[in-house]
Ligand binder design. Sequence first.
Ligand code: GDP
Length: 410
Amino acid sequence: MVLGELGGRIARAIQQMSNATIVDENVLNECLREITRALLQADVRFELVRDMQTNIKNVVNLDRLAAGHNKRNIIQQAIFNELCKMLDTGTPSFTPKKGKTSVVMFVGLQGSGKTTTCTKYAHYYQKRGWKPALVCADTFRAGAFDQLKQNATKAKIPFYGSFVESDPVQIGVEGVARFKDENCDLIIVDTSGRHKQEAALFEEMRQVSEATNPDLAIFVMDGSIGQAAYDQAQAFKQSVAVGAVIVTKMDGHAKGGGALSAVAATKSPLIFIGTGEHVHEFEVFNVKPFVKRLLGMGGLSGFIDRIQDDVPMDQQAEHMQKQAEHMQKLLEGNFTLRIMYEQYQSILKMGPLGQVLSMLPGFSAELMPKDQEKESQANAELMPEGQEKESQAKVKRCMVMMDSMTNKGK
Ligand code: GDP
C-alpha cells in the first residue's frame, strides 16, 4: 500500500464516520477499525496502532460529551493528533547555517539510496543559497564515485573523490580540507555501505567520522523495509552519532508508513523523505503538514518548497510578483491566453502533474472520483500514470495551439 492509498483509506473512514446520522460507539468503533486495518497493512507496529486506538477512545468519551459538542470534529482532531504523535520524533536536528562551514556525513546500507540522497540534499540547499560540495568516501562499492560524479555534474555541484585511492578516511579528510579552502559552507561526505549491518561497515563509518569530524551524521534508509526500520535505525545509532534520518523510496512502497512510524519510535529526527529517483523528488519532513497532506487536507508548504526548487534564487521574488499580478488580473476578469500559457509553462517545469496537484489543498487522494479507483489499489496515485501522461500531453497541445496564434489572438 503506498502512502496515498493509506491516507485515502484513513480519510474515507473519517468521512464515513462524519456522514453517519448519529455518531455513537458503533460508528466510532467502525471508523477506528478501518484506520487500524489500514495502518497494519502499511506495516505500522501493532503496539503503536493499539496505543493510538486507546488514546483516541480516551479523548473521545462519547458518553461524557455533552449534547451540542461537535463529536465529529472532536474525533477527527483526535485522529489527526494521534497520527502526528505516531510520526513525531520530538527531537530537533542540527541544521546547517549559511556562510558557516558544516560537514555532513551520510551513512546507510548499500542500495538504500544514500548516494542519490547526498545529491538531493546538496541540491536542496544549493537552491536556497548554500554553497554545497560532495565528497565520495565510498571506496567499497565499485562505481560509487562514478555515480556521485555523474549526479553532481548534472546538478552543478563540486565534487571530490578518487578512482585509485582505496582509503576512505584519506579521501574524506582531503575532500573536506579542499572544500573548506574553497569556502564551501556545506560539505557532504558519502560513506561506504554494505549489504547488511556488519562490523566492518560500522568500523569504517567510525573512522571516517573521527577523521572528518562531522557536525551531523545522517542515516539514510530504504522505506520499503517497513517496521524493520526500527532495529536498523537503532543499530546505526549505537555505532555512530546519528543526528538525523532520511527515509527513501516513499514513492511506491507498501510499507512506507511503517518505516516512518518506526523511525519516529527511535526518537531520531526525520528530516527529509525521498519520493523518487530524480533530484527534485525530495521533501522536507514536517509532521503536521505531512499528515494533513496524507489525509487530503492539503497544505501549501510543499508547493512553495517546490517553487523554491524550480525557480532560481535570484528569480524567486520576480516569480512571486508575477504570480500575484496574474492572480490580480484573474480577479479583474482580464485573464488572457498569454497568462494561461505562462501558467502552463510554470506547471510543466515543476514535475509530474500528479505530484504538483497533490501539494495543493483540495486535490487530495480521497477526492479522486470513485470510478477511477482500481479495486486492489484504491487511490494509490493521485493521477494514474496513463492519465497523467495524457493530461501533460493535453497541456502541451494547448501550448502548441497558442504558439500558432497571432499576438492579437492571445
Ligand atoms: P546507495 O547504494 O545507498 O548509495 O544507493 P543509490 O543511491 O545508488 O540508490 C539505489 C537505487 O535506489 C538507485 O536505483 C536509485 O535511483 C534508487 N533510489 C534512491 N532514492 C530513491 C527514492 O526516493 N525513490 C525511488 N523510487 N528510488 C530511489
